[in-house]
Ligand binder design. Structure first.
Ligand SMILES: [Zn+2]
Ligand SMILES: [Zn+2]
Length: 144
């Protein structure tokens, strides 16, 4: 029985990872987090994530750095990122050591992930997000 495999990497590609899920497992849904720590960690308005079992994640190249995030909710939260380019890669909720959160922007094939499962910490949601649908699309240059 072959597993369902997803791969990802940081911006500079020194750190790469693979996620192996059982073949019968549905494609993970995206979880958006609006908490203050995620804004600072990602440098963005919110973090977008998938949640997988710890055992499913393997780093296949490079070694991420570890930041112990001091939250007010008990034990510190582990956050792994690339020490060279700074891309955030994971966070590990301290209530559940069996799962790991992967920043979905680092996944190679993001087109596979089409469904949003939940939005959390919505009370912290940046106000401008309500205006996103009304924004005029601009031509993108260079980046893919
Ligand atoms: Zn990197
Ligand atoms: Zn968060």
């Amino acid at each position: 029985m072959s597993s369902k495999t997803y791969t990802g990497a940081c911006l500079c590609s020194k750190v790469k990872y693979r996620i192996d899920l059982p073949p019968d497992q549905p494609v993970p849904k995206i979880i958006l987090c609006h908490c203050i720590s995620c804004k600072r960690y990602t440098g963005s308005a919110y973090s977008s994530n998938i949640i997988v079992p710890q055992s499913a994640l393997t780093f296949t190249s490079g070694e991420p750095k570890l930041f112990m995030d001091d939250t007010d909710a008990g034990p510190k939260l582990r956050r792994q990122f690339c020490g060279d380019c700074g891309s955030p890669l994971t966070s590990e909720p301290n209530q559940n050591p069996d799962i790991i959160v992967i920043k979905s922007g680092t996944l190679d094939d993001r087109d596979l992930f089409t469904e949003v499962g939940a939005e959390i910490y919505c009370s912290r949601k940046d106000k401008f997000l309500d205006n996103v649908n009304g924004a005029h699309p601009r031509m993108e240059k260079g980046s893919s």
